[in-house]
Design a binder for this molecule. Structure first.
Ligand code: ZN
Length: 566
């Protein structure tokens, strides 16, 4: 927790620094020579992902763009006299890494509230709640996140009673690690007016005990009953959260983030920061298509700023596998009679998808269960035809459990698979129990998706997983946990090579955001977004990745993160 609060204050410094960098850029070429505004970075290796010169040792940056790549001598000659030279020693430079699916506001909220991730027991989770810092309160509500009953010995959902003992009058709301379940106390249930007679909302479940009383766990749409009465964060809290999130991402080596479902308030704040030159990373926003705010987004249409783009919408069709909310064609293998939940009716989903396509938006749909994936492909194919949407690059977010014929259809129809390598390694202990030995073949099936012709855009789904992209590259290459288990890799035939994994976080992400002409590779004229790592993510043994270091993160030529000692 202390480390995370430290991050919050660090973020303020970072943003101030970035504003300074951004102002310096345009001065180049005014009175000084062009070369004076040029920086040459020299490293052991620069992986450009440019087919003409895939591995070089230097690159020059001018006015936010790549000026040249090549040997040190070639690049110095291209830069001219007086260029600043930065020697990155034994580092490997790669094109800017982009997380294709994350949630900035959620990450920031987690960074400043009670962190329950990795708690080995329920008692430890409750102990962390009672040690909450002041920043964990939102109005009178005590907020936390990150618990996972699968980490606890009893592997059962918690209940309100454990919280009631310590918090009889303070409402407490704790989000599950996947964001699809909420653990609350009795006071929170009272304020949300949830009692034994409250019906489950469509697409949600209020878990109940044998006595019919709510247990204190709300799944999927039932969480909204609590969110509806939760006071919003103050302006200062909101800004602090976003700053903390952006700083955390820059530190993780990310130069860009695709925000998978941005609320309007966050979008307005980032628009303001972008206009003021205070947005340190590139943010490709998907408008939140789930709430009533979608009407405003639809009316305003896509937006293109300097660092901020909004031209996609995020829709959610089902829940998650962990909480058995993912919509399956057939029963859960470990819960007969239960097939999961659709969060929108297929008709309503298709209506929304078509409305946004008609306005020029890319449609990005959360689909985890095989039934949700079938419905998305059916609807997107029809809607794209009906609206004449060409090169829509519509995306399936997660594409997690799919029928093999649907995997084939995804690629053939030009849809993008936005997948998260660390979901596979987090879910592997229990995923097969949920879906059984047959359906697992189409689950987290990255090579099958690639074979279908689909572009893979890789991400983490932070804050569900950590935003650390080195961990994502490791999971993609190994399909093992950080202890190296299982030793042969989990369904290892679906692993990605080092090159494929790197491409997924660079060129794949760029293509998925219509930016392949500007980003994803380091070529003259393209944006100077890159990262210096202590390891080569392609050729180093994968085991070296989790402990490796991000040394420098550069966005549009501005150094937005530099590791201490670099
Ligand atoms: Zn997500």
């Amino acid at each position: 927790m202390l480390r995370r609060i430290g991050g919050l204050f660090g973020a303020v410094l970072l943003l101030t620094g970035v504003a300074g960098c951004a102002r310096r850029g345009p001065e180049a070429g005014q009175d000084a020579s062009q070369a004076a505004g040029t920086t040459v970075y020299v490293a052991a290796r620069v992986r450009t992902l440019d087919a003409d010169r895939p591995v070089v040792t230097a690159l020059a940056v001018r006015e936010g763009k790549v000026l040249a790549t090549g040997t040190k001598e070639e690049v110095l000659a291209a830069a001219g006299e007086g260029a600043r030279v930065v020697d990155l020693g034994d580092a490997t430079v790669v094109p800017g890494l982009t997380d294709s699916h994350g949630h900035l506001a959620g990450l920031g909220g987690g960074l400043v509230s009670v962190d329950l991730e990795g708690t080995p027991t329920k008692a430890e989770a409750v102990a962390r709640v009672t040690g909450a810092p002041q920043t964990a309160y939102q109005g009178e509500w005590l907020i936390g996140n990150g618990w996972d009953q699968n980490d606890w010995p009893e592997k059962a959902f918690p209940s309100r009673t454990e919280l009631d003992a310590k918090y009889p009058t303070t409402p407490v709301a704790l989000t599950r690690v996947d964001g699809h379940a909420l653990w609350v106390n009795s006071e929170a249930l009272r304020r949300a007016k949830i009692g034994r007679d409250t019906k489950d909302p469509a697409g949600g479940r209020i878990l109940r005990g044998p006595d019919g009383e709510p247990t204190g766990v709300l799944v999927d749409n039932a969480m909204d009953l609590v969110f509806a009465v939760l006071p919003p964060p103050s302006e200062a809290q909101h800004e602090a959260r976003l700053r903390a999130a952006l700083e955390r991402c820059a530190k993780a080596g990310l130069t860009g983030v695709h925000d998978a479902g941005m609320d309007l308030r966050t979008f307005r704040l980032l628009q303001r920061w972008d206009a003021e030159g205070k947005l340190p990373l590139r943010v490709y926003a998907m408008a939140d298509g789930q709430t009533a705010e979608r009407e405003t987004y639809l009316k305003d249409g896509p937006f293109q700023g300097k660092m901020l783009t909004l031209r996609a919408v995020k829709l959610m069709l089902d829940g998650a596998l962990g909480s058995r909310g993912a919509a399956l064609h057939k029963d859960y293998s470990d819960e007969p009679g239960h097939k999961g939940l659709l969060l929108l009716s297929p008709e309503e989903y298709e209506r929304r998808a078509a409305a946004f396509m008609g306005k020029g938006f890319q449609v990005c749909t959360h689909a985890i269960g095989d039934r949700a994936n079938t419905l998305v492909l059916d609807a997107l194919t029809r809607a794209a035809e009906a609206t004449g949407s060409k090169d829509g690059r519509h995306r399936v977010e997660h594409a997690q459990v799919m029928r093999l014929e649907d995997i084939d259809r995804l690629g053939k129809n030009g849809f993008i698979a936005s997948v998260q390598p660390t979901h596979a390694t987090s879910d592997m202990p229990w995923a097969e129990a949920r879906v059984g030995p047959e359906r697992i073949r189409g689950a987290y099936a990255w090579q099958r998706l690639k074979a279908s012709g689909a572009v893979l855009a890789l991400g983490s789904d932070f804050p569900v997983e950590h935003p650390d992209v080195l961990g994502g590259l490791y999971a993609a290459r190994t399909r093992q946990d950080v202890q190296g288990q299982p030793s042969a890799g989990w369904y290892a035939d679906q692993r990605l090579s080092g090159q494929e994994a790197l491409e997924g976080f660079t060129v794949g992400a760029a293509y998925a955001s219509f930016a392949e002409g500007q980003r994803g590779r380091l070529k003259p004229g393209m944006d100077a977004d890159f990262v210096a790592l202590s390891v080569d993510p392609v050729d180093a043994p994968p085991a070296a990745l989790p402990g490796a270091q991000v040394r420098l993160t550069v966005v549009a030529g501005a150094e937005v993160y530099r590791a201490p000692g670099t």
